[in-house]
Design a binder for this molecule. Structure first.
Ligand code: SF4
Length: 343
């Protein structure tokens, strides 16, 4: 079958919310796999992608794990089904490969909360400070960063810095507050960014859900900008300690298989539920906030993926000098503590 023989492909429509017009049928999945082979591409899907995208991908995981898979892949082309800063990180770690994202409009409100000019200005106000950036940042911001961090190693990264040096921590204010509380460090300045998509995972909602389901475990995914507010609230005692499990993606799936609980409340982006339900079908997984769905992640539609493989678009470019500086900050991150998997 050739591309033109598959009549369904003609139905792709480009609209303000992304590409639509294609259903995720078995024929679509066959065509995606055929085109990926023809393009010598591997398809990577973030855990928060639509279930159909996760199911058709060669690998599913968190952003850092996927970037590492991209760097090691034999294929010359990486199709990154996730948001733009993640595809940029893959490009930073695999500069010689072609990195495609099915829709370059898939941004991230947290990464967009600080740009390179704002960071330059902030650094000028604190010229001796060490800049620590969470991975949810653009390549340009990473290029102005001393050490990147994930939620898993943010505390270790900040603790590794000379206590007499000021620290600029960005962009997530909840992760920053968590790090400040744990390290007890006073000379840390925190950028007031947040993932507005998940502002709904708040203390009242967590408390209400935990009270309504007293026997349920509560899984909080720390490597997700969207869950850092939950991480902060759990630390503040809004919910009982013994019920809260702060887990990476892999840890969450392992814990789902091992827990004795019949019900688990999940405080993160709702796309994670798909992998959890596949891993432990006997458990009733419920979202703490079922509106916690990232519209940027969901811009990677079946139509967008098909178009990407047909046309070789959208290609992700990072200027070589920016990529080189950004790579250093990412490599420092990987070397400290347990970096986990990024968002
Ligand atoms: S869920 Fe929030 S932090 Fe994650 S990609 Fe979407 S906007 Fe960014």
């Amino acid at each position: 079958m050739t591309t033109t023989e598959w009549a369904g492909a003609a139905a792709i429509v480009d609209g303000p919310g992304g590409y639509t017009g294609i259903e995720a049928t078995p024929e679509w999945a066959d065509e995606v796999r055929r085109l990926a082979r023809a393009r010598n591409a591997t398809v990577l899907a973030h855990n928060y992608q639509l279930p159909a995208i996760q199911d058709v991908a060669d690998h599913v995981g968190d952003s850092l794990a996927l970037s590492r898979i991209a760097a090691e892949a034999e294929e010359g082309t990486i199709v990154f089904c996730g948001v733009h800063f993640m595809a940029e990180t893959a490009k930073i770690l695999s500069p010689d490969k072609t990195v495609l994202i099915p829709d370059e409009r898939a941004g991230c409100s947290l990464a967009d909360s600080i740009n390179a000019d704002q960071l330059r200005e902030w650094k000028a106000e604190h010229p001796d400070a060490v800049v620590v950036s969470y991975v949810n940042t653009t390549a340009e911001v990473k290029g102005l960063t001393d050490i990147c961090c994930t939620s898993s190693n943010a505390v270790d990264v900040v603790a590794s810095i000379d206590p007499d040096r000021e620290v600029l921590f960005l962009p997530d204010q909840f992760l920053g507050a968590h790090v400040k509380r744990v390290t007890g460090r006073e000379n840390i300045h925190i950028w007031a960014g947040e993932c507005h998509v998940h502002a709904g995972i708040n203390g009242d909602e967590l408390t209400a859900k935990a009270k309504a389901h007293p026997d349920a475990d509560l899984f909080v995914h720390p490597e997700c900008g969207c869950a850092t507010s939950a991480l902060y609230l759990a630390g503040e005692g809004f919910v009982p300690d013994d019920k809260v499990k702060i887990l990476s993606t892999g840890g969450m799936i392992d814990a789902a298989r091992e827990t004795g609980a019949k019900q688990v409340l999940v405080a993160t982006e709702v796309g994670m539920l798909h992998q959890l339900r596949k891993a432990a079908p006997g458990i009733d997984f419920q979202a703490v906030n079922d509106r916690a769905s990232c519209p940027y992640m969901k811009m990677i539609t079946p139509a967008a993926l098909l178009r990407c493989l047909q046309e070789g678009k959208d290609e992700v470019h990072v200027a070589p000098d920016v990529a080189e500086r950004a790579r250093l900050s990412v490599q420092r991150m990987i070397a400290i503590g347990n970096p986990g998997g990024g968002e």
